[in-house]
Write a protein that binds this ligand. Structure first.
Ligand SMILES: Cc1cc2nc3c(=O)[nH]c(=O)nc-3n(C[C@H](O)[C@H](O)[C@H](O)COP(=O)(O)OP(=O)(O)OC[C@H]3O[C@@H](n4cnc5c(N)ncnc54)[C@H](O)[C@@H]3O)c2cc1C
Length: 379
């Protein structure tokens, strides 16, 4: 690959890299090279059609687009249309199905009651008052102080223990904020005004974002392979792991990873919904995704469906990094990398791996658009 004269290099073709590359090509009118170590563009948001079932599946777990940010929504709509999917989540606890987040249907179903909104508020307040914690010392105490012990035991305890492979009593209280409890029958998972799934899938959206004669894409290429050939005046937009970039010299940042077990099942509908959580600790996976439900507008086979069982795992170097753990120790290490990064005037770190923070897709797109305007266009 000839990097002679290259002025812009984007490392990583997830939303952060793809949006910046699109802006450089379309708005700045400059040539840009995008490299990705994977065999496809799109990062963790990527989707493709499974050849056996014909179902479009999200390769790195369910991705639902939702945003309050009008600028981001309008930007995305230049490259794709969205269907009218509205996300709802169910939880299987001890073989019975409940709505998530906890709402009036969950409360009445779980307690075998038929409370109205006012009665259910009163009822949950009484449940909470059975145990008081002046200052919750761990995740369990915080959750119990918000929803009471019975709902915590059913819906939070086992799920959290599986997600973190740790007893919730040993997890810090600040892992959770406010546990949402709704005293009505609203089952929508997100409240954002704009929601949906790209009608042609995320893979197609990324192909549209990156479709420009000034954008060159080099897949199956790790940054380390080309690092020594990059011209010194080239601006690098780096959305890989920041600690890896510095060869882990200040320490290794902690992540959680996932094991995703895909399966084609010989039925037209496996679970009747896109995501079913399993909150019992005795069930080893945390949830099952069934991707056909993301595209009601498509005609899918009636005798096959594509599902994915999701298991949460401790991350080790070499695994896919999914969720930053962000312990205090991690944040100390991250700040050392931020200081080291500040010394590189020709490199911009960003995206979830480059800034060691969990961000939804719309937040990453907003972050990329701002980075382009403030740090690339003006430079
Ligand atoms: C399980 C899961 C579910 C999620 N669900 C949702 C959801 O429902 N809705 C939502 O809005 N958001 C969701 N997200 C968040 C979403 O995945 C992120 O917002 C988005 O992927 C971030 O884009 P990014 O470009 O920062 O990173 P990524 O998508 O991770 O892209 C980074 C890219 O950089 C490449 N790369 C890394 N290192 C190198 C290197 N050294 N050399 C070359 N290439 C490299 C990687 O291969 C990758 O393609 C979810 C995240 C997870 C983990």
């Amino acid at each position: 690959m000839d990097l002679q004269g290259l002025k812009y290099l984007v490392v990583g073709s997830g939303f952060f890299g793809a949006v910046i590359a699109e802006r450089i090509a379309n708005d700045l009118g400059e040539r840009v090279l995008v490299v990705d170590k994977r065999s496809h563009v799109g990062g963790n948001s990527y989707s493709e059609v499974d050849p056996e079932s014909g179902v479009e599946y999200h390769k790195y777990g369910s991705h639902i687009f939702h945003t309050k940010n009008q600028l981001v929504w309008e930007y995305c709509n230049r490259f794709c249309t969205f269907n009218n999917y509205r996300h709802k989540v169910l939880t299987n606890y001890m073989g019975r199905i409940y709505q998530m987040p906890i709402n009036l249907s969950t409360i009445n179903g779980f307690y075998g009651t038929s409370l109205n909104p006012d009665q259910s508020r009163q009822f949950i307040a009484e449940e909470i008052s059975r145990e008081t914690f002046a200052a919750p010392a761990n995740l369990e105490e915080k959750a119990v102080s918000q929803i009471g012990r019975p709902l915590y035991n059913a819906f939070i305890k086992g799920y959290t223990a599986k997600q973190w492979e740790t007893d919730p009593r040993l997890l810090p209280a600040d892992i959770i904020n406010r546990l949402p409890v709704r005293f009505d029958y609203n089952a929508d998972y997100f409240n954002d005004p704009w929601q949906g799934i790209p009608t042609d899938g995320y893979g197609a959206l990324f192909r549209m974002l990156l479709k420009h004669p000034r954008i060159e894409i080099q897949l199956n290429t790790d940054f380390s392979e080309i690092r020594s050939h990059i011209p010194t005046d080239c601006l690098i937009i780096y959305s890989g792991q920041i600690d890896q970039f510095f060869n882990y010299q200040h320490g290794i940042l902690g992540w959680r990873t996932l094991r995703l077990e895909n399966d084609v099942v010989q039925t037209g509908d496996f679970q009747g919904t896109s995501v079913m959580n399993y909150s019992d600790e005795s069930v080893p996976f945390t949830r099952i995704h069934e991707f056909r439900h993301y595209h009601k507008e498509r005609i899918y086979p009636r005798d096959k469906t594509f599902i994915c069982r999701e298991y949460s795992k401790t991350w080790h170097q070499g695994d896919e990094a999914y969720y930053p753990i962000n312990t205090n120790a991690d944040n100390v290490v991250y700040n050392r990398y931020v200081a080291a990064a500040a010394r590189y005037k020709n490199i911009i770190f960003g995206g979830r791996l480059g800034s060691y923070s969990y961000m939804d897709m719309d937040q990453v797109i907003g972050h990329a658009l701002r980075t382009y305007e403030d740090s690339i266009k003006k430079s």
